[in-house]
Design a protein around this ligand. Structure first.
Ligand SMILES: Nc1nc2c(ncn2[C@@H]2O[C@H](COP(=O)(O)OP(=O)(O)OP(=O)(O)O)[C@@H](O)[C@H]2O)c(=O)[nH]1
Ligand SMILES: [Mg+2]
Length: 326
């Protein structure tokens, strides 16, 4: 009978499919931002990481397409589709810090997106909210210093409660392999020592397979990812690839021996995008909302106190005018 059928099979096993269908229809969104000192190759990496480079049939310019100094916050958005899955990927390029620019523009931008989302969420059109919250910040660290600079510490600490920070060792082609290794160690140490909370790769469950665990450990040990950016295509020994050519040889951006570029891109696009979004929603955005209601509460009690004062004054005046007429 139908009753026994219901007992045996309620039907919630289709939930993953339902969720999947709904998300597929809406499409995925992901927003990535870059920050760091001026001239460390942020705009160049964005260019090589995603914009012209995400597909095999990409068009890479042959001649160097000049990338100038970034003076405004610029949002690039690309819509990509793979096996029927749509992804709207936004990349926010920012002016690097220098003598005249500090890091507040990055912080302000992240806050503004949270605020916008908060308002949309409390508004009438909740179904069609555009999620522009920043899910990940690639923070560029100079390869030329002795580890982190004070500005790096200050900046990352100002941002670590608001966004998932992934530190990068910029322009890794200017360092030897041994230097990359020791700088990474030193920077990981300093990040811990200064209490900077960078994005934590989720802990593996103990029942996860060994291969997966090993991959995750490699990721953890590669922080800060050593990256090389280039916006030119090198033609070498009959092969064309994105790289940088020097008198003594050629570096390939996508060669895992030369840089962590591929590891970073795979991590962002293939393996950790959903976790970065979850952490943004569950931790950073919740933080923002909690702080916001705390400020709202302060404002409200301030206004209440003001109203009370006005009331008291009116009462006083009434009493005075009453005693006056008597
Ligand atoms: N050696 C080396 N040079 C790079 C690399 N990436 C970029 N450059 C060069 O560094 C210079 C600055 O690059 P940009 O991408 O404009 O740097 P940016 O961080 O965006 O600079 P701002 O916009 O001022 O913050 C350019 O001449 C690039 O060609 C790299 O990985 N290695
Ligand atoms: Mg730039």
């Amino acid at each position: 009978s139908i009753a026994t059928f219901d007992k045996e099979y309620v039907g919630f096993a289709t939930l993953p499919n339902q969720v999947h269908r709904k998300t597929v229809k809406k499409g995925f969104t992901f927003t990535l931002m870059v920050a760091g000192e001026t001239g460390l190759g942020k705009s160049t990496l964005i260019n090589s990481l995603f914009l012209t480079d995400l597909y095999r049939d990409r068009k890479v310019p042959n001649a160097e397409e000049r990338i100038g100094q970034t003076v405004d916050i610029i949002k690039h958005t690309i819509g990509i589709e793979e096996k029927g899955i749509k992804l709207r990927l936004s990349i926010i390029d920012t002016p690097g810090f220098g003598d005249a620019v500090n890091n507040t523009h990055v912080e302000d931008y992240i806050d503004q997106q949270f605020e916008q989302y908060f308002r949309d969420e409390s508004g009438l059109n909740r179904k069609n909210i555009q999620d522009n919250r920043v899910h990940c910040l690639l923070y560029f660290i100079s390869p030329f210093g002795h580890g982190l600079r004070p500005i790096d510490v200050e900046c990352m600490k100002a941002l670590h409660e608001k966004v998932n920070i992934i530190p990068l060792l910029a322009k890794a082609d200017s360092l030897t392999q041994a230097e990359v290794y020791s700088k990474k160690l030193k920077m990981r140490d300093e990040i811990k020592q200064f209490g900077i909370n960078i994005y934590q790769f989720p802990e593996c469950d103990s029942d996860e397979d060994e291969d997966f665990k090993r991959q995750e450990q490699i990721l953890k040990d590669s922080i800060p990812f050593a990256v090389i950016g280039s916006n030119i295509q090198v033609d070498s020994k009959g092969r064309k690839f994105r790289g940088r050519s020097y008198p003594w040889g050629v570096v390939e951006v996508e060669n895992p021996i030369h840089s962590d570029f591929l590891m970073l891109r795979n991590m962002l696009v293939r393996t950790h995008m959903q976790d970065l979004k979850d952490v943004t929603r569950e931790i950073h955005y919740e933080n923002y909302r909690a702080n916001r209601s705390a400020t709202d509460f302060l404002l409200l009690s301030f206004q209440l106190r003001k109203m009370q004062e006005v009331l008291e004054r009116i009462q006083e005046q009434m009493q005075q005018s009453q005693t006056g007429t008597c």
